[in-house]
Design a protein around this ligand. Structure first.
Ligand SMILES: *Cc1c(COP(=O)(O)O)cnc(C)c1O
Length: 228
């Protein structure tokens, strides 16, 4: 522990290894293949050094919340690691759509008609038809982004049929003080009736529950990189 910088790097590598074990255990506990669960490393507010430590551990899929922060950190790393896949997991302003489509590989936070329209237009312009997830505000929280559950079916149809977006999954962030499993089950139900295969749900504190409820992508920040 006396070597500068080493402890942080060692921990990130160890954290990823132990998380893989926990994911495998949670998956096999419910008869699922661990390979069906994608670990998205949420690197928001963490340095390029921390990201590089996780790259050394073999991690290649990352999530960032803010377009500007991602533009500051990722272009050199992406140039060096062409197999990196960057997911946008935070709210997207329409005036940042052009930059987001150019930098990210998956947009997880499609949450309103105006944004869907702008994304569609920009993806065509850049000829980058990125996989999209629809964010559902399962807890109907005022302060949280996402389409309301009652509007989700029509919004999903709109994104697919009118905007031509590649809708590949649904995403949710359950209310902080509620039982997450109810929200995960709700998200799975909305996905099933719309024939959507991917569920992005589960964070550092509840990913094992999310895996039991059918998550195909879990978004882990603190458990990998430590506190922000
Ligand atoms: C920050 C964030 C995460 C990661 O949260 P942790 O609790 O640090 O694992 C996951 N999803 C979203 C949308 C986030 O903003």
């Amino acid at each position: 522990m006396s070597v500068p910088h080493a402890p942080e790097n060692v921990n990130i590598v160890e954290n990823i290894e132990s998380l893989k074990t926990r994911v495998a255990k949670a998956a096999s506990g419910v008869g699922r293949d661990p390979l069906d669960i994608l670990l998205v490393a949420v690197s928001k507010m963490h340095s390029g050094d921390a990201i590089r430590a996780s790259l050394d551990a073999g991690q290649r899929v990352f999530g960032e919340s803010r377009v500007q922060e991602a533009m500051d950190k990722w272009p050199p790393i992406k140039a060096e690691y062409p197999d990196v896949r960057l997911h946008l997991i935070g709210p997207l302003q329409t005036n940042k759509v052009r930059e987001a489509v150019a930098l990210f590989d998956v947009i997880q936070t499609v949450d309103r008609p105006k944004l869907a329209n702008k994304l569609s237009e920009e993806m065509r312009k850049q000829n980058r038809m990125l996989p999209c997830f629809i964010q559902i505000n399962t807890g109907e929280e005022d302060q949280k982004a996402g389409i309301l559950p009652a509007e989700s079916d029509s919004f999903i149809s709109n994104c697919r049929d009118k905007e031509g977006l590649r809708v590949e999954g649904l995403m949710c962030i359950p209310p902080q003080y509620e039982e997450p499993s109810l929200h995960f089950a709700f998200l799975r139900e909305i996905a099933a009736r719309n024939s959507i295969d991917n569920l992005s749900m589960g964070m550092s504190t509840d990913f094992e529950i999310a895996i039991a409820m059918g998550a195909t992508q879990i978004r882990l920040g603190t458990a990998i990189f430590g506190s922000r």
